[in-house]
Design a protein around this ligand. Structure first.
Ligand SMILES: Cc1cc2nc3c(=O)[nH]c(=O)nc-3n(C[C@H](O)[C@H](O)[C@H](O)COP(=O)(O)OP(=O)(O)OC[C@H]3O[C@@H](n4cnc5c(N)ncnc54)[C@H](O)[C@@H]3O)c2cc1C
Length: 388
């Protein structure tokens, strides 16, 4: 049986979020960008709508929804406010990591607050000297009695300036490479934690920055999962976040395409609507087609995840081409809207700046191609890290 339809509940959820995105998010999308504000009240509103807790079980005040439903949220919110879709992606990833690997007390403490949108939790892996090569991180976590003492710098971290806590990855056994990394939940108000924002070209409302850890004493209960196993726990989570990112980007680009279709029907040149010219309509058709392909590959990947079937290569294919096709589509829309679209009066320029960020965040195109190559060619043919 091959069935591409969504359930009635999913259709209703999509309709509700599309209206919410249009009425409440889109009119203020550029406001947060201009003012440099992360709209925490909207994050809480998403809690009321059940969006933050999609991948959190009902017993921890989540919605206990499937991954396909989380994809719908990412796509629809992307139409209204791309930066707010970080709530779907981060809470989906973090909700799953805490649910699947943390101790019961940590789940009871954090999951309801995340689901309600009261607390914002980021994920901190990247460092100044290790991004794509995540196994090369240098932050250390040294056991001292019943605490771990963390030292290092995490860079490029989404929600760094507004996060209430971070899931931090640190080396508990530097000798063991990837197999010596552990994950901890680190509240941002612990002594020794310092967060500094960046002046990014986009995603301004996300508050990306560095998280500095100076002799931070983290209770051993905050260890997530098994010691030295952090790397493998989060890698599986990326298979979800990468699919959601693809849909976030497709949502934003589809909104630009819809707005541009309206524009080219109304605007005339040489006595005819722009839409009459194939030089105008064919690029729109090209981008629409590419976005549709990504969209269905993304939902397929999410469906495979819901079935418990391996979906790493589907996820990586969506992550490397989804943001790329979306950036190309938005760029074309900007051009088809003429010079006004080059001003900040229209949303295309901001969408372009915002979506480019996720060509890098959560793994670049090359990082994702490495995953696919390993799957289709074989892991014995991957590039091997040089031993120092
Ligand atoms: C908007 C945004 C949000 C982010 N949010 C987070 C977050 O919340 N948490 C977090 O931990 N990190 C986050 N990051 C960081 C992000 O994950 C890293 O930037 C990314 O993994 C790339 O690492 P890097 O910047 O160190 O680049 P590098 O790893 O130095 O790579 C530089 C370039 O070289 C290429 N490259 C590297 N190795 C290879 C190879 N073997 N073969 C071919 N090409 C290669 C890369 O593809 C890239 O083009 C975010 C980044 C951005 C832009």
């Amino acid at each position: 049986m091959l069935n591409f339809s969504f359930t009635e509940e999913q259709d209703y959820f999509r309709k509700m979020l599309r209206e919410f995105a249009k009425e409440e998010l889109l009119p203020n999308y550029s406001k947060w960008d201009r003012e440099g504000i992360m709209p925490r009240h909207l994050w809480r509103k998403l809690g009321e709508l059940g969006v933050n807790g999609l991948r959190i079980p009902l017993e921890y005040e989540g919605s206990g929804a499937d991954c396909v439903t989380a994809g719908i949220a990412a796509e629809e919110l992307g139409r209204g406010d791309f930066n707010l879709t970080y709530a779907v992606m981060l809470n989906g990833l973090i909700g799953e990591i805490i649910t699947n690997h943390a101790r019961e007390e940590l789940k009871r403490e954090w999951l309801p607050m995340i689901a309600r949108g009261e607390k914002i939790v980021g994920i901190a892996i990247t460092e100044p000297s290790a991004g794509t090569d995540a196994g090369g991180i240098k932050t250390t976590a040294v056991r001292k009695g019943n605490v771990f003492v963390l030292n290092g710098e995490k860079s490029g971290i989404s929600v760094a300036t507004v996060g209430d806590a971070f899931i931090v990855f640190a080396k508990t056994n530097p000798e063991l490479g990837n197999r010596g990394i552990s994950a901890f939940i680190v509240p941002a108000d612990l002594p020794g934690v310092e967060c500094k924002g960046y002046e990014d070209m986009g995603n301004i409302a996300v508050g990306r920055g560095s998280v500095y850890l100076n002799d931070v004493e983290v209770p051993e209960e905050n260890l997530i999962g098994m010691e030295n196993n952090g790397f493998y726990q989060v890698m599986n989570g990326f298979d979800l976040s990468r699919l959601l990112i693809g849909l976030q980007c497709v949502g934003a680009a589809s909104q630009s395409i819809d707005e541009t279709i309206e524009h080219v029907k109304m605007r005339t040149s040489f006595g005819q609507p722009l839409a009459n010219y194939q030089g105008v309509s064919f690029p729109l058709v090209t981008h629409y087609t590419q976005l549709e392909l990504i969209k269905w590959q993304a939902y397929r990947g999410l469906w495979l995840r819901d079935q418990g079937v391996d979906h790493s290569k589907e996820s990586s294919s969506v992550k490397w081409l989804g943001p790329k096709y979306s950036v190309e589509a938005i760029h074309e829309c900007l051009l088809l809207n003429g010079h006004y679209a080059y001003t900040k009066e229209m949303a295309h320029e901001q969408r372009l700046r915002d979506v480019i960020g996720l060509e890098i965040g959560d793994g670049t195109a090359q990082a994702n191609m490495m995953v696919i190559a390993k799957k289709i060619i074989g892991k014995e043919f991957r590039s091997v890290p040089v031993k120092k």
